[in-house]
Design a protein around this ligand. Structure first.
Ligand code: B12
Ligand code: SF4
Length: 470
């Protein structure tokens, strides 16, 4: 039995443009969901994982599979449907799972043979068995998996060529931010994999650098932090000789022992979502606000960096508090905090989130011809109507923010700072060049997007008085 597991590409996502900028190599990550599914697949299946981010295979030249499994974030949905159509025309059954299939079940059911909603770990072997018996059901509900029973992902199945491997050690997030899909998809209960399983799987990763995909590696409660310390101790003891990066909340900075252990376990960087240059801007968007308010963020960032761990800060443009000038405020505040990298995204109503419900009910989602418009739900296009910013404003703010933070003098200043403090100046330089290399492409992409929205807005203004354009 032959199984193809496919990660569809979205050409609008800059991370996939490896040929256009070689620095993007550092932004293409292994599709862990498919490697986890492969780990759950019985030995009688011959598995091929195809990651279109590294190039689209010539499917017609490949042997016909018995089953195709497709994963998709919302931004990949269009390409997922094209692929599903191709294989279904050949008579091959297609199963889709992952976040988009869960949040937009009806849309997906119309285009594939079967959908697995939520976490597939508990039901995937059943799906495969049903395919073998010729009785594939239209829908399987995976629910929340028992994380202690998830077998290791198959890290051997994907070609080399990735800068980072990937692993997951926890699922779920209790903070439930309104713009984020994680609590809606993986639940608020913070589930942790057994530490020996994680260490063993870490050992099987071929890459020297690893992305720990957990949404919040250390959690928020004392027992979560105690477990994170145990994990770091175990990784250090195992002496894996692999550097890793992870996502965490700012409370990562609050415990010196935790930081020292993370550094000893070879943590080389963390992504932290600050979201707004003033924590007040996050009020009303969920639990993260409480972690950020009344905190000396600059001092927190410095405490992390003192352990030779780089900090990438993420911000959102388009929050209801954001007014013209927000782009330069973010660049200035990111500089003040002293983050090594800055990643700024547009506030985006993702299906299944509270923000989606709110913006939809307020008529603030103009990019709403689905599935076509999903390709713009990459968080790098302004798909919503923002409280105080028109379409031109919000794009201008994004551009000015990135141009300021990634100007050559500021890159050199940060790299010199990393060099001086012996904090991985080359990684800092590679990351900055990757972002900077995409600035020109971003402005071209915004121009194309505005033309597209302009057309749509003209149609819409025949019915309504308010326009999306300036
Ligand atoms: C790592 C990660 C990335 C990485 C790697 C992505 C990759 N190649 O896999 C990078 C940094 C590249 C990335 C990029 C983006 N990401 Co991202 N990412 C994540 C993160 C943190 C973890 C994903 C992961 O590996 N999980 C571990 C695996 C094991 O879990 P899983 O993917 O859910 O898979 C399980 C089930 O979903 C299911 N399943 C999944 N696929 C399939 C397929 C089949 C056939 C079946 C049966 C089952 C199944 O089974 C799996 C096992 O239970 C998630 C948050 C999260 N918790 O999911 C966000 C998340 C998926 N990302 C998100 C977004 C928005 C993006 C971006 C669009 C925007 C951005 N700038 O961040 C980009 C664009 C990506 C693209 N190519 O279009 C959103 C998606 C929301 C949505 N509705 O689409 C999430 C949920 C974060 C959030 N804050 O809301 N991301
Ligand atoms: S803390 Fe992060 S992962 Fe958790 S809900 Fe908020 S944005 Fe999502």
């Amino acid at each position: 039995m032959r199984l193809y597991l496919i990660n569809p590409s979205n050409p609008l996502v800059s991370i996939v443009k490896v040929k256009e900028s070689r620095w993007n190599r550092y932004r293409v990550w292994k599709p862990l969901s498919l490697m986890v599914l492969a780990g759950l697949t019985p030995a009688e299946w011959e598995i091929s994982i195809m990651d279109e981010n590294l190039g689209v295979p010539d499917y017609a030249a490949l042997p016909r599979p018995d089953l195709v499994g497709i994963t998709a974030f919302t931004s990949q949905a269009n390409r997922a449907y094209e692929l599903a159509g191709h294989f279904r025309r050949l008579g091959v059954p297609v199963v889709m799972g992952g976040i988009h299939a869960t949040m937009c079940l009806d849309e997906v059911l119309e285009r594939v043979d079967s959908v697995v909603t939520r976490e597939a770990d508990g039901v995937w072997p059943q799906v495969l068995d049903d395919v073998r018996q010729g009785r594939l059901k239209r829908r399987y509900e995976g629910g929340f998996a028992d994380i202690a029973r998830v077998p290791p992902a198959r890290h051997d199945l994907l070609a080399t060529g990735y800068a980072f491997g990937a692993i997951q050690t926890t699922r779920g997030c209790p903070l439930n931010c309104s713009f984020c899909s994680v609590t809606a998809f993986n639940g608020a209960h913070y589930r942790q994999r057994p530490i020996p399983d994680v260490v063993r799987e870490f050992q099987s990763i071929p890459e020297k650098r690893v992305l720990v995909v957990d949404d919040n590696l250390i959690g928020i409660r004392p027992e979560h932090i105690a477990r994170a310390k145990d994990l770091f101790r175990a990784l250090a003891r195992a002496n894996l000789r692999k550097e890793w990066i992870a996502q965490a909340t700012i409370n990562f900075a609050d415990d010196e022992e935790l930081l020292a252990l993370a550094a000893k376990a070879r943590c080389s960087g963390v992504f932290i979502g600050f979201e707004s240059p003033s924590p007040e801007g996050l009020r009303g968007y969920g639990g993260k606000f409480t972690l950020l308010k009344d905190r000396d963020i600059r001092a927190s960032v410095q405490r992390i960096q003192r352990h030779n761990i780089l900090v990438a800060g993420s911000f959102i443009i388009g929050l209801d508090a954001d007014e013209p000038g927000i782009g330069s405020r973010i660049a200035e505040m990111a500089g003040h905090y002293g983050v090594d990298h800055l990643n700024v995204l547009f506030l985006t109503p993702l299906p299944g989130t509270r923000l989606w419900d709110q913006m939809k009910s307020q008529g603030r989602i103009p990019l709403n011809v689905f599935p076509q418009d999903w390709k713009y739900y990459t968080l790098t296009y302004p798909v919503a109507r923002y409280e105080h910013l028109s379409l031109d404003d919000v794009i201008r703010e994004m551009t000015s923010c990135n141009e300021a933070f990634y100007s050559v003098p500021r890159i050199l200043h940060r790299v010199a700072g990393s060099f001086w403090h012996r904090r991985k100046p080359l990684i800092s330089l590679a990351g900055s060049l990757s972002y900077r290399g995409n600035l020109h492409r971003d402005s071209q992409a915004y121009a194309d997007f505005k033309r597209q929205v302009g057309r749509m807005d003209k149609q819409e203004s025949q019915h309504k008085t308010t326009g999306f354009m300036d």
